[in-house]
Design a protein. Structure first.
Length: 76
């Protein structure tokens, strides 16, 4: 590799530092977005669980087939 003069060396060193900083910022944003997404998924799972309990109870009271239980048996 060719020798760099002072100006070129300084330019590449600054570029290296700045690009490293940008990668770290992007990594932090990725971590934040993943955490936010996990929170959303957890909330949706809790909502699904609550609605599923209502559905299961209504199916039991009406004495009708619980379609979700049938699907779960089919996937096991």
């Amino acid at each position: 590799m060719a020798e760099l003069n002072g100006d070129s060396s300084a330019f590449y060193e600054a570029t290296l530092r700045e690009s490293k900083k940008q990668v770290e910022i992007i990594d932090a944003r990725i971590d934040e977005e993943v955490a936010r997404f996990k929170e959303i998924i957890d909330k949706l799972k809790e909502q699904k669980k609550a609605v599923r309990q209502i559905y299961d109870g209504a199916a039991l009271v009406l004495g009708v087939k619980n379609e979700f239980e049938e699907e779960e048996k089919g996937t096991q």
